[in-house]
Design a binder for this molecule. Sequence first.
Ligand code: NDP
Length: 340
Amino acid sequence: MTDNRQIVLRQRPSGTPRADDFGVVTGPMPEPSDGEFVLRNLYVSLDPGIRQRLSQVDSYVALIDIGDPLTSTTLGVVTASRDPRVSVGDHIVGFHTVSEYSLTRWAPMTRKVDLDATASPSHHLSILGMTGLTAYFGMLDIGRPKAGETVLVSTAAGAVGSVAAQIAKIKGCKVIGIAGGAEKSSRLITEFGLDAAIDYRGKDLPELTSAIRTAAPDGIDIYFDNVGGIQLDAALDCLTVGGRVAMCGLISQYNAEGPIPPLTNLFKLIAKSARIEGFAVLRYADRFPEALSDLSSWVRDGRIVFREQIEDGIESAVPAFLKLFDGRNQGKMMLDLTRR
Ligand code: NDP
């Protein structure tokens, strides 16, 4: 087969992305020039962060132009190479086009992976990919949990959140998760082993704050934030002296059409000598081996469990991506292109 289907941006979304903002375009098989190689993608990671690159000019990765393919982390096998570091048959994880075949170059995030080292190749994009790495560095480097502390995590039933929460448990913390809906909330305790769960759906700021205070009467030492908005505002109100907020993501704002409502509890950072710090996992590329070693051993020992939601075929890319914004994903969202 010589054609290559890719997902392109047709128009910049206004608010929540819609299926017709994207298109599937068939093009010729790419040919590498010097320094380039071609991957047949096996799995594609679909991340909320793609939304930032569709219309946000100040994202830390480049804006996608109209007509250009979406980009994300993929796992692929090399089918042609004009880079001496890469051979046909190598398995590569890196930042590539969302397409059946990607023409690419070696970059700081590129790494070769051993498919025999994991129970499923998809793990290289989930627990041993950006998801696990983000949870690891955000919780350990920014949150710096100490045994006995109380940790709050938003989107705690999601890909990054569920791993971040379990890492805090491994470090001996009491962990409270926030998730949307009864099913995900109960999963926080029964499946991920957290100490308490809060269903944020339908709660306003006072109700959320009260739910956090009930679960953590002595306050929150660390808040791992994937959401922003009123969840962040409520968490700020509950911080302890010396509290830390690890700012991982702001999914409640990615589709905002008007001005974002201001935070009302920022003064708590002063009153509690607390700290809020954002981070981008890309900045930790030189420390990935240390994180991957810890994450692998925690998975092997059963100390971390994780969910993947894998949809089939390139034509599922857009519907799967849209599920991230209404909570229909039940774990790390990925595409399986192995049956192409
Ligand atoms: P998830 O698997 O957590 O899926 C997204 C979840 O977000 C949904 O399931 C839903 O959970 C929740 N959600 C969606 N819309 C809203 C909303 N409007 N308000 C509140 N919650 C919402 O995705 P990931 O684990 O891949 O990503 C989680 C976060 O991590 C994102 O903010 C992402 O941008 C960030 N991230 C940051 C990185 C970094 O380097 N800093 C790297 C990778 C990801 P529910 O059903 O519980 O509502």
